[in-house]
Design a protein around this ligand. Structure first.
Ligand SMILES: Cc1cc2nc3c(=O)[nH]c(=O)nc-3n(C[C@H](O)[C@H](O)[C@H](O)COP(=O)(O)O)c2cc1C
Length: 273
């Protein structure tokens, strides 16, 4: 692992050494600046914390220089009240305008989700955007086919998941699966990567929150993702790379209606030990 530390800027404060999550930096008394330990090449997870935490911008890590890591702008920080209001005012949107979202806006929202945490900083999330609303509807029809199959093969499960209602809504001309959203965003990853599923869910959560700031509405497409997990025809249509699985899907579009209140939720259930 290549580490370049500017001795003029380094204050020998040991902050990078203390913050390195895998302890591959050390500051020996005889050295003027911290150095990488022999295991650094193998263990470094390239999280960039050493660069980001250095108060003087003294440290450059391989291809990650302070110039690649923009400064934190304190004036943009949110207070607790704003954060609570922002999080509580996000809603699952199920009625969308027909208007599509332009690709650039979709790109920007997905780009924010890129900064979600992932196990070992492995950043395993990959994205599939179903842009054409006609295709979204065609895939929703496949989810309905799966429901019809489940109804036949496992009526108890179909009942628990209210599949009959969804099928009859579909037959009445509604779309209870993707709610006529113009687009679906799927987060997927390599089945061999143990961090992938959780990383996809966290990244979609980032995406859902970021979307609200762009004036977009989203809703988790749980039925869609279940069918993407279990129904070969839908898997065929999604055509994810070999050994990859869909770990979450999100409807996205412009909300038709605005919400005016924050709905109540269950009280928090906490045990203190
Ligand atoms: C994993 C997951 C799957 C979901 N699947 C669906 C779905 O298939 N269809 C739907 O209309 N809503 C779906 N939802 C939305 C929930 O019903 C919604 O989050 C819940 O009612 C709370 O409403 P809120 O998101 O507006 O706070 C899903 C939510 C999650 C977290």
């Amino acid at each position: 692992m290549k580490l370049a530390i500017d001795p003029e800027k380094c204050q020998r404060d040991g902050i990078c050494v203390a913050e390195c999550p895998v302890r591959v930096l050390e500051l020996k008394p005889e050295d003027t600046v911290p150095t990488a330990t022999p295991e650094a090449d193998e263990l470094c997870i390239r999280c960039g914390h050493c660069v980001a935490v250095c108060p003087t911008g003294a440290l450059t890590h391989e291809n990650l220089s302070p110039l690649d890591c923009p400064p934190i702008r304190k004036e943009l920080a949110l207070g607790p009240e704003q954060v609570e209001h922002f999080l509580r005012s996000r809603r699952s949107i199920r009625v969308y305008k027909e208007a599509p979202i332009d690709r650039n806006t979709l790109l920007k929202v997905i780009d924010v989700a890129r900064f979600a945490p992932s196990g070992h900083n492995s950043q395993p999330v990959r994205w599939l955007v179903i842009q054409e609303s006609k295709e979204v509807l065609r895939l929703a029809g496949m989810v309905i086919d799966w429901m019809r199959y489940v109804q036949k093969e496992n009526p108890a499960m179909a009942q628990t998941l209210h599949m009959e209602r969804a099928i009859s809504a579909w037959e009445a001309g509604m779309d209870p699966i993707c709610r006529n959203a113009p687009h679906i965003i799927v987060a997927y990853g390599d089945k061999a990567n143990m961090a992938a599923q959780t990383a996809c869910v966290i990244a979609l959560t980032y995406l859902e929150l970021a979307a609200t700031a762009f004036g977009l509405g989203t809703c988790w497409a749980g039925y869609f993702n279940a069918a993407a997990t279990f129904w070969p025809p839908l898997q065929g249509a999604l055509a994810l790379p070999g050994n990859h699985a869909s770990y979450g899907a999100m409807m996205v579009g412009y909300p038709k209606f605005a919400y005016h209140r924050l709905p109540a939720r269950k009280e928090t259930d906490i045990s203190w030990r």
